[in-house]
Design a protein. Structure first.
Length: 215
């Protein structure tokens, strides 16, 4: 492989990791005078903990930010290279940054919003299939973590279905839908343990109706 191409790919991945590392939840909480998300609730900086600590409006800002920090690096890679493999490498780097942020002591979110952002660019069809799984599992069980786990897992069969419909789909896209889910599951290791032992915290659906955070 051309060394210039390798260096370009590494550079784009580094930019993607830095973008994914931006602790949007912490920045929003600091800006609005809320608590440090890493010290309340789940201790994570994603949309769910932001909803509990900051309320619906600011949680929406956090979710949007997390989506963008996944989508923009993939868009940049597509614009610069047009190479599907580079796109998914940058997507993976962004998700890794969201989970292991260099700006937040290598512990920030769980990568779900950022991962969805990458897939919205790579193949929105997979998100369209997986999103109802995520929502229905939460509504039925009230476990956001379980919804995230099963929603991320649904991306791979969704991509396989899309591959059947569109055989020209780049193989790296299909592989990424599986590898990205592995990242998400690794980030949820503690949740999985609590789900197994029946100690996982259930989501308060009233928060979606604008209920004020307690505390």
């Amino acid at each position: 492989m051309d060394p210039a191409v390798v260096l370009q790919t590494i550079g784009l991945m580094f930019v993607a990791y830095l973008a994914g590392s931006i602790p949007v939840g912490s920045l929003v909480a600091q800006r609005v005078g809320g608590p440090d998300l890493r010290s309340v609730g789940s201790g994570r900086t994603g949309g769910t903990n932001a909803l509990r600590a900051l309320g619906r409006k600011w949680a929406a800002v956090v979710v949007l930010g997390d989506l963008l920090k996944g989508a923009l690096p993939v868009i940049l890679a597509r614009f610069v290279t047009g190479d599907p493999l580079t796109e998914v490498l940058c997507g993976g780097a962004a998700v890794a940054g969201a989970i292991w942020s260099i700006f937040a002591g290598f512990r920030s979110g769980r990568g779900v919003g950022t991962g969805v952002g990458t897939m919205l660019v790579i193949q929105p069809f997979a998100v369209l299939i997986a999103a109802p799984v995520f929502v229905l599992v939460i509504l039925i069980t009230r476990y956001v973590s379980l919804g995230s786990l099963l929603g991320s897992a649904a991306m791979f069969p969704a991509m396989l279905l899309f591959l059947l419909l569109v055989p020209e789909t780049p193989l790296p896209y299909v592989v990424y839908s599986a590898v990205g889910a592995v990242f998400i599951w690794l980030a949820h290791a503690d949740n999985i343990d609590r789900l197994i032992h029946g100690t996982e915290r259930k989501f308060d659906l009233e928060l979606l109706g604008g209920k004020r955070p307690s505390g």
